[in-house]
Design a protein around this ligand. Structure first.
Ligand SMILES: [Zn+2]
Length: 61
């Protein structure tokens, strides 16, 4: 059974059992808890950017 990574805390999440999920640009993301879901929705780009190399130098911390 496929599992996914919670992009906020990097925990392994089972899409079949978690009820915390959101859609962003046509993809569904799963979370371990409401806090992670809220955090992602506040700043999705921050969490999605970690999966690929950042080549531009713009920082928005
Ligand atoms: Zn989490």
């Amino acid at each position: 059974m496929p599992t996914v990574i919670d992009p906020v805390c990097k925990m392994v999440v089972n899409p079949k059992t978690t009820k915390f999920k959101t859609e962003y640009y046509g993809r569904t993301y799963y979370f371990c808890c409401q806090e992670c879901l809220d955090e992602f929705e506040k700043n999705p780009e921050k969490y999605l950017a970690t999966s690929k190399t950042t080549t531009h130098s713009k920082r928005e911390d």
